[in-house]
Ligand binder design. Structure first.
Ligand SMILES: [Zn+2]
Ligand SMILES: [Zn+2]
Length: 196
C-alpha cells in the first residue's frame, strides 16, 4: 500500500485534501482496470505557471533513478470533478510502461477507462473537454466560423494576428478572432486597448 499523501506537495490543506481524494479515486480506477501505473511517481503538484495545458507529466532523474512528476494547472480544480479526473488520469497513464507518448498503449488504456467509467480522457486537453471556462486561462481566442470551435491562446501569436492564414483543425472552416464574451473583435484595436 503506497502512501498517497506523501505524493502531494501543496501548501493549503484544503487543496491538498481535494487533490488527495482525486488521486485516490484515480489509483482505484487504474487498479480496477488492471492498468499498472509506475510506482515511481514522486509528486503530484499544482503548478501556478502552467498556461497552455491542464496538466503535464515529466520524467526526472533523482539519484540515478528515473521518476515521474505530475503537475496540474491551478485552474483545473475550479472545474468539474470529471475535468480533474480526465486530466489526472491522462497524466497518470503517461507513467505506465510504454505510454509516455500518446501512442497505442496509452490510447488503449484511455479508451478502456472511458468505456468503463464514462470519462473523456483525450490525447489533447482542450477547454471544452474539461468544461472549465477558457477565459480564465487564455488572453486571446479565435473561433471557427463554421463549427464554432473555440481556440484559446495565451499569447499574441500569428493565428491571432493573422487568422485568415489558418483553418479550423476540426472542419477546415475559416477563423475569426473573438473576445472573451465571444463577440467578433478587431484584433488590432483590441490589442491596442489592452496596452492602454
Ligand atoms: Zn499527454
Ligand atoms: Zn471548424
Amino acid at each position: 500500500m503506497r502512501n498517497q499523501k506523501k505524493l502531494i506537495k501543496y501548501h493549503s490543506i484544503a487543496v491538498e485534501e481535494k487533490i488527495l481524494n482525486y488521486v485516490e479515486k484515480a489509483f482505484h480506477i487504474l487498479d480496477e482496470c488492471n492498468i499498472k501505473y509506475s510506482d515511481r511517481i514522486v509528486s503530484i503538484t499544482i503548478n501556478n505557471r502552467l498556461r497552455s495545458s491542464w496538466g503535464l507529466c515529466r520524467k526526472k532523474n533523482i539519484n540515478n533513478e528515473k521518476v515521474f512528476v505530475i503537475e496540474l494547472n491551478q485552474y483545473l480544480l475550479e472545474g468539474s470533478d470529471n475535468a480533474v479526473m480526465n486530466t489526472l488520469l491522462h497524466e497518470l497513464l503517461h507513467t505506465c510502461y510504454n505510454s509516455f507518448n500518446h501512442g497505442k498503449t496509452w490510447l488503449r488504456y484511455a479508451v478502456k477507462i472511458n468505456a468503463k467509467y464514462g470519462y473523456n480522457i483525450k490525447r489533447t486537453e482542450n477547454c471544452e473537454a474539461n468544461e472549465v471556462e477558457p477565459q480564465k486561462l487564455f488572453k486571446y481566442f479565435v473561433k471557427c466560423k463554421k463549427c464554432g470551435n473555440l481556440i484559446g491562446k495565451t499569447r499574441l501569436c500569428k493565428v491571432i494576428t493573422n487568422p485568415e492564414q489558418y483553418r479550423c483543425a476540426k472542419c477546415k472552416g475559416s477563423l475569426m478572432v473573438v473576445g472573451k464574451t465571444d463577440t467578433k473583435i478587431d484584433i488590432k484595436n483590441y490589442h491596442k486597448r489592452r496596452l492602454e
